[in-house]
Structure formats: C-alpha cells, structure tokens
Design a protein around this ligand. Structure first.
Ligand SMILES: NC(=O)c1ccc[n+]([C@@H]2O[C@H](COP(=O)([O-])OP(=O)(O)OC[C@H]3O[C@@H](n4cnc5c(N)ncnc54)[C@H](OP(=O)(O)O)[C@@H]3O)[C@@H](O)[C@H]2O)c1
Length: 326
C-alpha cells in the first residue's frame, strides 16, 4: 500500500486515540499535527511521533507534505475545520457527529465535491471487522429480512456545565455525542425511515441528557433506540430478522463478539478480535479509497451521513434543542 501522510487537526482526547490507531494502519504516517496552541501541537507531536507540528489549523491545512487530515475538534467546529482542510486541497476524515445539523453537513460535502476531494465521516464502528462481518451476514440473508433493530449507547458522565457533553456552545447532548451510533447502525441496515419520534430529558444547560427514539419504515420495519450521557445503558444491539437474530454484545459500537441465532440451527457465538485500538480501520478505509481514486466510501457514504444528520435535526426539533447560531 502507498504511504498516506496524515495530519491531525485539534490535539484533544480522541486525536490521541487516532494517532495511536495510525500505528496499526499499514501505509499511514503521522506527518503533522495542528493545534490552536503551538506548545500543545509540539507536545502532541513529540508524544505521538508526528514529523511536524503547526500552531494553527490554517497552517496544517496548507501543509504541502500532508495528504489527508483527521478533524478532531468539538462538533460545532467540524463544518469550518473540514472546509478549511478541503480548501487546502486535503482529503478529509471528520469525526462524528459529522456536523451540528444537516445544512452544515451538506455544505462540507458540497465543498468536497466541488474540489474533487475525498471526504468521509469518521464513524469508526462501521469499519471494525466484527461489524463488517455482521453486515456481510445480514446482506447474504443469514437472518432473513430485518424486521427490527434495537440498540442503545448511554453512559453516565459527571455533570459539568462547561464540558463538551453539556455545553450547548460545544454541541452538548447525548444525541449528537453517542445517539449517532445507534442511528448510524439503523441507517446502515434499514435506510431512510419515514417516521422519526423521540422523547428526551432536557437538562439545565438545555441539551438532551437522555433520549428514546423510535424509527418507522413504510413496510413495517421498526427501530427502538436510546442514548444518554447521564445514564448507563446496556450498550447492546439486537438485529431481529424473519429467520433469526444477531445480538452484538457490549460494547456493540466497538464490537468483537456477537451471537447469531438462526431458526433450526445451533446458536453460534462469533468473536473477531480487533487489531490495534480500532481507529486504524477507518484510516485504512480512507487510504484504500484514496488508492482507488474514490471520493467517498461505500461503507460510510455521504448520503447516509446526510440522512443521520436529518434524523437528528428532526429529533432536536421535536425536543426544542437548538445550538447557538441555529
Ligand atoms: N469516535 C469516537 O469514539 C469519539 C470519541 C470521543 C469523541 N469523538 C468526537 O471527537 C470530537 C472531539 O472530542 P474529544 O473528546 O476529543 O474533545 P476534546 O478532548 O475536548 O478535544 C477537542 C479538541 O478540539 C480543539 N478545539 C477547537 N476549538 C475548541 C473549543 N472551542 N473548545 C474546546 N476544544 C476546541 C482543541 O484542540 P487544540 O487545543 O489542540 O486546538 C481540543 O483539544 C467530538 O466531535 C466528538 O464527538 C469521537
């Protein structure tokens, strides 16, 4: 595989995990990192073995020695930061949620298309081998027609009004932080729902601290999802088909084990271990697409990114949750 020179924009927590992941992605080199602070960029580069460091995002976006940039800032900055990198001529991998809302997502995608550049939402779960295998089994009809999806992603964080999870200015709320995982799974398996209904508990900062979500499809298929940042939930996914069930065990969003139960057959528990910390697989997908000259990934296509954002807009509209500037 050809070498891809990576840049990381924003030197926070998930950026560190991605830098570690790149070490298990053959052909990936961490060429440069960019931070709003030159000292922070230098320290991050030293810790993670980046060749160069930049004291501004603009400087990283225009570094000619970088091919692809991973955008790891809080969600409200994803739109501007991704567009900055695209305008610097880079392929872009943007953290989930792709943006705050559908309009911002469409802006970023339009910029990539105008410039003929690769762009993908970093929804890392989709690329993890056990999840690829679940999807493959479903596509080959292992459990018949999918009738229902049940999935949750909730955890209990300490309440801190200034943190990314609770501050509306940083895109706080469970839906955008982790609700996007069960939504992404459902959109991958079932496509576009025609009914979206949610109930949310809105906390004192005005963002959703927990929510339940129902999605309905015209042919009767249903999804029952939940999300939280103040409640621990089982973090399991169950995909029920006409001829069997797949249960992806906790933590289903970073899966290694699932159980396949088929009518008239022995139940099988299948384990497919991850290599590296899991962030390597999304990087490998980007590099594969670049080598094949693709502008988007078949596994995480732009249309599904837009659909996930549309569903989240619909839910927030039902709950009256708005972010500054909306
Ligand atoms: N895929 C996953 O499993 C996963 C897990 C966690 C988070 N995420 C996503 O990754 C993104 C970042 O999350 P994180 O947990 O890494 O956040 P974080 O630790 O707070 O880091 C975000 C970084 O963004 C930069 N930044 C730019 N403007 C900022 C502002 N106004 N306030 C705070 N930081 C700002 C900062 O980097 P500099 O100071 O270096 O400029 C900061 O270190 C979020 O969109 C989140 O949804 C994904």
């Amino acid at each position: 595989m050809k070498t891809t020179r990576w840049g990381i924009l924003g030197c926070g927590r998930i950026a560190a995990s991605f830098a570690t992941g790149l070490k298990s992605a053959p052909g990936a080199v961490l060429a440069a990192v960019g931070s709003r602070s030159a000292d922070k960029a230098e320290a991050f580069a030293k810790e993670h073995g980046a060749e160069r460091h930049h004291g501004s995002y603009e400087s990283l976006a225009n570094d000619p020695e970088v091919d692809a940039i991973y955008v790891a800032t809080p969600h409200p900055m994803h739109e501007a930061d991704s567009i900055l990198c695209l305008k610097g001529g880079k392929a872009v991998l943007t953290e989930k949620p792709f943006t705050i809302n559908r309009i911002q997502a469409a802006n970023v995608i339009a910029t990539a298309r105008e410039r003929n550049l690769f762009l993908m939402e970093a929804h890392w779960s989709r690329f993890i081998p056990a999840m690829r295998e679940v999807h493959r089994l479903i596509l080959e009809g292992a459990i018949g027609d999918i009738r229902m999806v049940q999935a949750d992603f909730g955890f209990r964080a300490d309440f801190n009004p200034d943190s990314r999870l609770f501050d509306p200015a940083l895109g706080g709320g469970a839906l955008l932080d982790v609700g996007c995982y069960p939504l992404s799974l459902t959109v991958m398996l079932l496509g576009t729902p025609n009914v979206v209904i949610g109930l949310a508990d809105i906390g004192v900062t005005g963002v959703d601290e927990q929510a339940t979500i129902n999605l309905g499809y015209s042919d009767g298929r249903l999804a029952l999802l939940s999300t939280a940042v103040r409640t621990n939930t089982p973090q399991e996914a169950v995909i029920a088909g006409s001829e069997g069930t797949i249960r992806i065990h906790n933590p289903w969003w970073k899966p290694s084990t699932f159980t396949l139960s088929r009518s008239g057959k022995d139940t099988e528990t299948i384990t497919i271990p991850m290599e590296g910390n899991g962030f390597n697989y999304e990087a490998i997908e980007v590099m594969k697409c670049l080598e094949e000259g693709k502008l988007e990934s078949d596994i995480m296509p732009h249309a599904q990114t837009i659909e996930i954002m549309r569903i989240m807009d619909t839910l927030r509209n039902q709950w009256g949750v708005k972010y500054p500037g909306e």
